[in-house]
Design a protein around this ligand. Sequence first.
Ligand code: ADE
Length: 278
Amino acid sequence: MVARPARGEDVLLAMRFDILTLFPGFFVGPFSTSILGRAIAAGLIEIGVHDIREHAAGRHRVCDDYPYGGGAGMVMKPEPIFACAEAVLAQDARRGPIVLLTPSGRLFTQQVARELARHERLLLICGHYEGVDERVREHLATDAISIGDYVLSGGEPAAVVIVDAVARLVPGVLAPGSLEEESHSGGLLEYPQYTRPAIFRGWAVPDILLSGHHAAVARWRRERALERTAALRPDLLARAELTPEERRWLAERQARADAAEASETAPPTGAVPRNEQG
Ligand code: ADE
């Protein structure tokens, strides 16, 4: 597979996405709006949506069949998927990962998005019905990805998620500086953002953000990001890039919160615990 030049090198190469689907109409809206639409218009990304059914044999172009061994639901047949992928690959000499979208794939994260964005081409296969013949995963796909621990009715929403997350990492797609700022968050959740008006329905923007003290604003943002991550995604803290002071600061906050909770749940002084009452 050919890796893209690292960000910062002066060539801007377009990245090509190919999506294989039984429902090409699904993608009309998502790819024509906002950042993706602009990136396509600017030639920074190319997206091809391909109808698997066009590669199915027979008058009825059947793409699914009953599962061997029995069971509920239908399984997507391998022949039209292989034929579609081979036709699509033949359109362009660039190569990259061939990803089957399935709830039984490895989990999609920002790290995986970065990994995929290093390639100049990405081919996504959207599964449907109850599953896809395993030979697609074994002999055509080079990767299998799930966007989360829930089951969608098909891989199409997952393809939109992945194209969006990967495309915004392609050099030139986002405004300069946006990605750098994001990577400075070091694996923490985003701090709260505000814009005008300074007071909306009586809710004021925190004073510090209006103070013009850049260092104080940066400290406040970092603390809020730490707090929010500790409260909502403590699992991220283990891998986050934190200084020893930040780890101490978090530990002290946690100790204070634990003490406050203990004093709230403790019986009033002098009260006899229920199981010690005579
Ligand atoms: N297809 C169905 N559910 C999915 C999921 N969670 N991720 C990727 N593809 C899927």
